[in-house]
Design a protein around this ligand. Structure first.
Ligand SMILES: [Zn+2]
Length: 114
């Protein structure tokens, strides 16, 4: 999560940076191959070799970054260097969202205790 990113939909600051759309399948597949290497050496060798031929997911052409607001669920794209979208501050959405996050956090703690 990044600091000081404000959601244009509710004005909250609990915004997650989902990145520019790029993704390395290669790193992922090689990681999986290493994990599998112990029980299934032959299979993971094939997987690692195959991984070398998988092209990585390229970042979006416009270089936009995807953001997701954890408070209101609003999702948007922003291209660095362009103006930030106009922000509507909606305290009720922020309040509802932080209530929800708090409940989810409590539930997670409860589940961990069980
Ligand atoms: Zn929001």
């Amino acid at each position: 999560m990044e600091e000081n990113i404000q959601c244009p939909n509710c004005g909250g600051y609990k915004v997650e940076n989902k990145g520019d759309g790029s993704y390395s399948y290669k790193g992922c597949a090689i990681g999986a191959a290493l994990l599998l290497a112990i029980p299934t050496f032959g299979f993971s060798l094939v997987l690692a070799l195959l991984a070398l031929f998988i092209p990585d997911q390229k970042p979006r052409e416009d270089g936009s970054i995807e953001y997701l607001c954890e408070l209101c669920g609003y999702k948007w794209f922003h291209t660095p260097g362009t103006p930030w979208p106009a922000i509507n501050v909606r305290p009720e959405l922020i309040r509802e969202g932080s209530e929800k996050l708090k409940q989810e956090g409590e539930e997670r703690r409860r589940r961990m205790r069980d």
